[in-house]
Design a protein around this ligand. Structure first.
Ligand SMILES: NC(=O)c1ccc[n+]([C@@H]2O[C@H](COP(=O)([O-])OP(=O)(O)OC[C@H]3O[C@@H](n4cnc5c(N)ncnc54)[C@H](O)[C@@H]3O)[C@@H](O)[C@H]2O)c1
Ligand SMILES: O=P(O)(O)OC[C@H](O)CO
Length: 340
């Protein structure tokens, strides 16, 4: 491609929604020759020919070294790194399709923030399972990363985690440019669960917002939510410090505060009185939190972790709790004061 260094990294990104496209732009802006897989041919054509993805990133110009295709074989051929950004519940079936065509030995990176319904597995676990590859080849990216802001080149940080420090570094190098900075760690569990759990707290904050509660209520939910997500993640082997980093607190703040967040938006609609089915009908993008609530509560129960906020989000989704009742029962279902 014109203007690219001859040794430019060749990268494949699967999933041309808002995050897949934005992350592909980050990688391309960092100098990689990047190819996106779009399910729909017309989306692939629009990206390659007009450098736009108007459905997901209206008004954003994409760089010329970012192209797209609807054929997986074309996208994956010769890729030196592979990134996955499809809705979490569709990951396994997508991996089936690429199992035999992912280039050997290259890093495979999850950009997703969900857990699989039915198994409760994190995305990196589904990848290891389905592709049968060494965990040292797998990395995950998380952090306060609202796609549209990054697509507009607003300065942002993220964290890349892998069981292999070398893999994390290779991915972070590829995903660092003048507006996007990738840090590294080896706490894959904490980094992934941070991204999943903050979505649930963002739904709760959205509900409070939709009901009409103010900043005290939302700050209370965010703060107690951080305690809840830390207890959960640590019970599953995460390091507590990860939860006060970019993938925990950082993402919690961004998602709970932003009207761009789909999880926050879904919560707000619930708080305004829309039923779950009506919210789903109104959302035209992925709100992962809605699918993660059930599996996360099952996992919490298995390790004896108390998650009052997430449990109440589940009740609002089921229609068994009035949204106005969510915040008053923030901390516990007991009337006894408890330690913070
Ligand atoms: N958008 C963000 O700001 C953001 C930031 C960080 C992480 N994420 C995570 O990235 C992942 C993808 O989210 P997104 O924001 O790009 O969602 P999106 O709704 O914007 O796009 C989803 C994409 O997946 C495609 N898709 C839908 N069903 C599919 C299927 N069965 N098989 C293959 N492709 C399918 C859609 O056509 C679309 O291209 C989610 O896990 C999300 O939590 C999103
Ligand atoms: O729009 P949301 O709620 O999926 O959040 C997007 C990102 O995860 C924010 O970091």
């Amino acid at each position: 491609m014109e203007g690219l260094a001859p040794d430019a990294l060749r990268i494949a990104v699967l999933g041309a929604g808002s995050w897949g496209t934005t992350f592909a732009k980050v990688l391309a802006d960092a100098g990689a020759q990047t190819t996106l897989w779009a399910r729909r041919r017309e989306v692939a054509q629009e990206i390659t020919e007009t450098h736009r993805n108007s459905d997901y990133l209206p008004g954003i110009n994409l760089p010329p070294n970012l192209r797209a295709h609807d054929r997986l074989e074309r996208v994956l051929a010769g890729a030196q790194q592979v990134y996955l950004s499809v809705p979490s519940q569709s990951l396994r079936s997508n991996l089936h399709s690429i199992r035999d065509i992912v280039p050997p030995d290259v890093p495979v990176v999850s950009l997703m923030k969900g857990v699989e319904r039915g198994t409760g597995l994190r995305m990196s676990e589904v990848i290891a399972n389905e592709l049968g590859i060494d965990v040292e080849r797998i990395a995950v990216v998380s952090g306060p990363n609202l796609a549209l802001e990054i697509a507009k080149k607003q300065p942002t940080a993220a964290v890349v985690a892998s069981a292999s420090h070398a893999t994390a570094v290779a991915v972070a190098q590829a995903a660092t440019n003048e507006y996007f900075r990738s840090f590294v760690n080896t706490d894959v569990i904490g980094t992934e669960f941070g991204g999943v759990l903050k979505n649930l707290i963002a739904v709760a904050v959205g509900i409070a917002d939709g009901v009409g509660y103010g900043e005290n209520t939302k700050a209370s939910i965010i703060t107690r939510g951080l305690v809840e997500l830390t207890h959960f993640a640590v019970a599953y082997g995460a390091q507590a410090e990860t939860m006060s980093g970019l993938a925990g607190l950082g993402d919690l703040i961004a998602t709970c505060e932003s009207k761009l967040s789909r999880n926050n938006t879904a919560g707000r609609l619930l708080g305004q009185g829309y039923a779950f089915t009506e919210v789903i009908a109104q959302m035209n993008q992925t709100a992962e939190g809605l699918s993660s609530v059930g599996p996360i509560l099952e996992l919490a129960e298995q390790r004896g972790v108390h998650m009052p906020i997430v449990a109440q989000v589940a009740q609002v989704l089921e229609g068994t709790l009035d949204p106005r009742e969510l915040a008053p029962h923030l901390a516990t279902d007991s009337d006894e004061p408890q330690g913070e």
